[in-house]
Design a protein around this ligand. Structure first.
Ligand code: ATP
Length: 232
């Protein structure tokens, strides 16, 4: 994605409601190109709501969302995806009855990108699983497939919701390296509860509570687990 038009992500004064219940209060967040931005907070803080709103699944009542100068508010989720902004949801939902290969084929069809080399380079294990039904994958393998699908089409901005939740330490470590490498060519916004993992890769960390941004830590020296843990 071109950086010429502005930040990879600029969220200003976002207010989001679920019917009568307000979930986000004047949320502002910024990610410059190639940054890894972390968002942490307790359950119900509004992290998923924020990512889903940026991804076009929820419509804010007010506030602005822009990526590289393009206004995202009002775009449907597929319109946001077509701009190279990919959302990896928390639920690890894959097409269970389809094979790994077929899951990837669907994403290739959607993006027009049939080069799976980055997917199998980051996740070599998927090569051996190509003909397995996705419903039979372990949690870690599903997450590899979720991220693999998302990186087809070479997105400029990845929104990743709690990628390491419930995963074994080995795959958490692997994902940390993948995210670090992906940030060389994309901007990442990662919602995460695993502070040691996310603090190891984040340039900026936002803490949320009760639908608000309550703290911002900028710079690798400031983004440290012992400083941020009070927000979990
Ligand atoms: P978690 O870590 O548990 O996923 P979160 O920080 O991602 O939490 P959200 O899921 O964004 O928080 O929830 C923010 C608020 O919005 C909470 O009060 C939650 O109950 C409410 N909420 C979330 N989804 C809905 C929904 N579909 N309908 C109504 N309220 C919702």
């Amino acid at each position: 994605m071109s950086e010429a038009g502005g930040d990879a992500l600029s969220v200003i004064g976002l207010n989001v409601w679920y019917d009568e219940a307000k979930a986000l209060f004047d949320v502002s967040l910024r990610a410059t190109s190639g940054q890894v931005v972390a968002c942490v907070g307790r359950n119900g803080a509004g992290k998923t709501t924020l990512l889903r709103t940026v991804a076009g699944f929820l419509k804010p009542r007010s506030g602005s969302i822009a990526s590289a100068g393009v206004d995202l508010v009002g775009l449907p989720s597929y319109g946001v995806a077509q701009l190279g902004i990919k959302y990896v949801p928390q639920d690890k939902m894959v097409f269970s009855d389809l094979t790994v290969r077929e899951n990837l084929e669907l994403s290739s069809y959607a993006t027009g990108d049939y080069d799976w080399e980055p997917v199998t380079t980051y996740f070599p294990k998927l090569k051996a699983l190509m003909d397995h039904k996705a419903g039979h994958l372990s949690g870690g393998e599903r997450q590899m497939l979720m991220i693999g699908r998302a990186i087809l089409g070479r997105p400029g901005l990845l929104l990743v919701d709690e990628p390491t939740e419930g995963l074994a330490p080995g795959i958490v470590m692997h994902l940390k390296h993948v995210f670090r490498d992906l940030s060389k060519r994309a901007t990442l916004v990662i919602v995460e509860q695993n502070l040691p993992m996310v603090c190891a890769i984040a340039d900026t960390l936002y803490a949320m509570s009760d639908g608000r941004i309550v703290a911002e830590f900028a710079g690798r020296g400031s983004v440290r687990p012992e400083v941020c843990e009070r927000y979990l």
